[in-house]
Design a protein around this ligand. Structure first.
Ligand SMILES: [Zn+2]
Length: 430
């Protein structure tokens, strides 16, 4: 079994790849100009921000950056591209080679290339008519082509996780991916085209693997063909005869120069999966927990790197708390105070974060809370002396104290249990 992917990702730039029309406009045909409609005589101008993003992604995938980089015209006839060619890359794409490591198994999935290209217009099919929306025409895409190294659904899922993480850390946080899958169980390569979204990609692969296995089991042979994925039935169906690159006409794009990619500053790549792995090993934390926290979230990784060496468990608990209340972007000083509060048994909450922020440099409510917990416990011991006495022989009786104080203070039950035991012993004499 061999699976290879071609993943198309829209780059979230302000303007389109070769013109100044805005990228990602909703109202159909409202962000168009002669360049992105491909009118004769219009000249493309390359968007530097798109190149910067593509270069950052390529570095994150371990690709070598072509310098110079050039473009070609991929000639084909279809209504979504009235100029009859798509501007893309062939011999000198932005990224060449590379790999994505699957951290659970340590296996590397090879990257063949990363190329920059323009999206064609969107075709909206109706009953007996077709509509064209040129807003998408000229949107910047990167196409990431893998080697056929993926050997099953679990690896496909793991690969997609790592890829989305690289994209998120490259400035493409909510990547909208469209993919073509090449799947071969026997010698016949089947391509499944135009799958939108990650869950559909997995569903298409699952269906196609089962279909090819069934064909082989019944003694048949799998036809080399292109199929399309139908979202309604979650199945693939034969679409058209196989096209190969040789069947397209590629010609050099004379309207765009060769570009010096060294002149484009790209961000330093961050491989969050790798960092989660090494931090987990070093501090004895759960790799799975760390991955869930930081894989797509640079703010969480920043806090983890800030606090993990101070107190690994408290740091993770504080980040988890911030994630729950959607406050991952807190300043460093707030996070440090929050860690102190969590270490003292206070549960992270919106009110606590706000109190810390309001407190400025003064002792925060987080620290005051520790005193409040003590005060509540001592109050309860005085009110219920008999029950407190019983706690010393029957630990279950402690639940009353824990329940009341957790409810009143929003504190961590484990902390309250430990503290209540201590204070009861102190009040009643050890
Ligand atoms: Zn335009």
């Amino acid at each position: 079994m061999r699976i290879g992917l071609e993943v198309h990702v829209t780059l979230p730039t302000k303007s389109k790849l070769f013109c100044s029309c805005s990228n990602g406009t909703e109202n159909p045909n409202s962000a168009i100009c002669p360049i992105c409609m491909g009118m004769p005589g219009s000249k493309p101008m390359l968007n530097a921000e798109a190149v910067r993003l593509a270069k950052t992604v390529s570095l994150g995938l371990g690709s070598r950056i072509s310098n110079p980089m050039s473009f070609v015209r991929k000639v084909y006839f279809y209504p979504d591209l009235p100029k009859s060619f798509q501007i893309t890359q062939l011999d000198q794409p932005i990224g060449v080679g590379g790999k994505v490591r699957l951290w659970a198994s340590g296996k590397d999935i090879g990257i063949r290339r990363v190329q920059i290209e323009e999206d064609p217009a969107r075709i909206i099919r109706g009953d007996g008519y077709s509509l064209l929306d040129f807003n998408r025409s000229g949107s910047p895409l990167i196409e990431i082509v893998t080697e056929p190294d993926i050997t099953g659904e679990a690896e496909l899922k793991a690969f997609v996780e790592e890829l989305l993480s690289v994209l998120a850390y490259s400035g493409i946080p909510k990547a909208e991916a469209r993919a073509d899958l090449n799947i071969s169980i026997s010698d016949s390569r089947v391509e499944v085209k135009n799958i939108t979204g990650i869950s559909n990609m997995l569903a298409a692969a699952r269906y196609e693997m089962a279909r090819q296995e069934a064909v082989l089991r019944s003694g048949g042979s799998v036809a080399v063909e292109t199929r399309s994925f139908d979202e309604a039935s979650m199945t693939t169906e034969s679409s058209r005869e196989k096209e190969t690159d040789e069947e397209y006409g590629f010609v050099y794009e004379p309207d765009l120069a060769e570009y010096d990619t060294g002149a484009i500053a790209a961000a330093k790549p961050i491989i969050a999966g790798e960092l989660a792995n090494s931090i987990a090993m070093r501090y004895g934390l759960s790799e799975r927990t760390l991955r869930e926290l930081v894989l797509y979230d640079g703010a969480a990784l920043r806090l983890l790197e800030l606090g993990v060496s101070i107190n690994p468990g408290v740091c993770v608990a504080a980040i988890e708390g911030l994630k729950k209340i959607g406050r991952m972007g807190v300043p460093e000083a707030t996070f440090r105070e929050l860690m102190v509060a969590v270490a003292n048994g206070v549960k992270p909450s919106t009110e606590l974060v706000e109190a810390i922020e309001k407190g400025g440099g003064k002792p925060s409510k987080a620290l005051v809370d520790k005193d409040r917990i003590d005060a509540e416990i001592i109050g309860l011991i005085n009110e219920r002396k008999e029950l407190a006495e019983q706690c010393r022989s029957d630990a279950k009786k402690l639940n009353f104290f824990i329940g009341v104080v957790v409810k009143r203070c929003g504190a961590d039950p484990r902390y309250v249990a430990a503290r209540a035991t201590e204070l009861i012993n102190r009040a009643l004499g050890a």
